[in-house]
Write a protein that binds this ligand. Structure first.
Ligand SMILES: C[C@H](O)[C@H](O)[C@H]1CNC2=NC(N)=NC(=O)C2=N1
Length: 98
């Protein structure tokens, strides 16, 4: 089971993630990012790729899609907060978005 991110490791991860456009959710230990694509096909294609990765990790995003926009929130429900799995999934999402 994943462990909650704390201390220096958490600060370091959040610094990197902020640079990549992620932000902490207010009132909740979670991160969010809005991804914009060229069109719906690109957005949904990316979601499909991420879904396969997430299922392999057994770590699943909270997300919603409207046309070419995908709003993502990442948290580890099992620990009610951020864990290294969220950082890993965030980086994989960024990489797949190009
Ligand atoms: C039983 C199962 O392994 C767990 O519920 C997994 C599934 N996917 C998950 N996804 C996320 N984001 N957080 C979790 O804690 C989590 N737990």
């Amino acid at each position: 089971m994943a462990e909650k991110l704390t201390g220096a490791a958490r600060d370091e991860a959040l610094t990197d993630l902020r640079e990549a456009g992620w932000a902490e959710v207010e009132g909740r230990d979670a991160i969010q990012k809005t991804f914009q694509f060229k069109n719906f096909t690109r957005a949904f294609g990316w979601m499909t790729q991420v879904a396969i990765v997430a299922e392999k990790m057994n770590h699943h995003p909270e997300w919603s899609n409207v046309y070419k926009t995908v709003e993502v929130t990442l948290a580890t429900h099992d620990v009610d907060g951020l864990s290294p799995l969220d950082v890993e999934l965030a980086r994989k999402m960024d990489r797949l978005a190009g």
